[in-house]
Write a protein of this length. Structure first.
Length: 257
């Protein structure tokens, strides 16, 4: 039996589907009640308050912790602690956590919380596996959608690169790890198939959307976090194992809109 937190999110949805298709007994944790469907049993629970979490964990052998909230990052650490304590009381199931490449090297607030969650899991005494991945295609796509709503010249930060990966490929790797014989601690990072500059990505985005906008790259953003991003600590070029490229994602996402 496998419990997925954040099961209704961008990553949780394809993950629960893959696990159910593989024949696993899948439970999905949600803050609101949902009807069962597609081989998934939904459990109502709140990782911040702890309400319903222990009931959802009863009999579970593996937990895949995907729940996260970049807009309320502090809640992530509280949620992880709640999950860890409940798991300890339920017989110490395997805890599998999805993190982000560079969380230990980039002093960005959300990354620092993600790294703190990693450490809490490593120190929990539970059998665990931690997978770090580069950013999903959907993140720069959403950022560029906002930027293109502002008329005039497109201003982009200088020196930034990205290595976007298809969310379904991350879900596939998580499913493999969840269905494996046991915990693997830190596994190899998972990166997209190519490293691109932000300017290259924006030009591809504009072309896919059929938009005509001048693009300029100004002075680099200030601050330690921006410098760490420019230095590429969020990239995993030695683990570029993804298949779906940025242009393929754009073509399939924005064609015929």
């Amino acid at each position: 039996m496998i419990l997925v937190t954040g099961a209704s999110g961008t990553l949780g949805r394809p993950l629960t589907r893959l696990l159910a298709e593989a024949g696993a007994d899948v439970r999905a944790l949600s803050r609101r009640a949902r009807e069962p469907g597609s081989g998934v049993t939904w459990c109502k629970g709140d990782l911040v308050t702890g309400e319903g979490v222990e009931d959802a964990l009863a009999g579970v052998e593996t937990i895949v912790h995907c729940a996260s909230d970049a807009f309320h990052a502090k809640r992530d650490l509280q949620a992880a602690r709640t999950l860890i304590e409940a798991a300890r009381r339920q017989g110490a199931p395997h805890l599998l956590y999805i993190s982000i490449v560079g969380v230990d090297k980039i002093p960005y607030r959300y990354y620092k919380i993600k790294y703190a969650v990693e450490r809490a899991i490593e120190d929990s005494g539970l059998p665990y596996t931690i997978l770090r991945a580069t950013q999903f295609h959907t993140l720069p796509d959403a950022v560029f959608a906002v930027l293109t709503k502002v008329p005039g010249l497109m201003l982009l930060p200088r020196g930034l690169r990205d290595q976007p990966i298809e969310v379904g490929e991350v879900a596939g790797r998580l499913a493999e790890l969840a269905l494996a014989a046991g915990p693997a601690r830190r596994v190899d990072d998972l990166g997209g198939p190519e490293v691109l500059t932000v300017e290259e990505m924006m030009r591809d985005y504009l072309k896919a959307r059929g938009l005509r906008r001048p693009v300029r790259v100004p002075v680099p953003l200030p601050g330690r976090a921006a410098r760490a991003f420019r230095e590429g600590h969020h990239l995993a070029p030695d683990h570029a194992v993804g298949n779906r490229t940025w242009r393929q994602f754009l073509a399939e996402t924005h064609t015929h809109r």
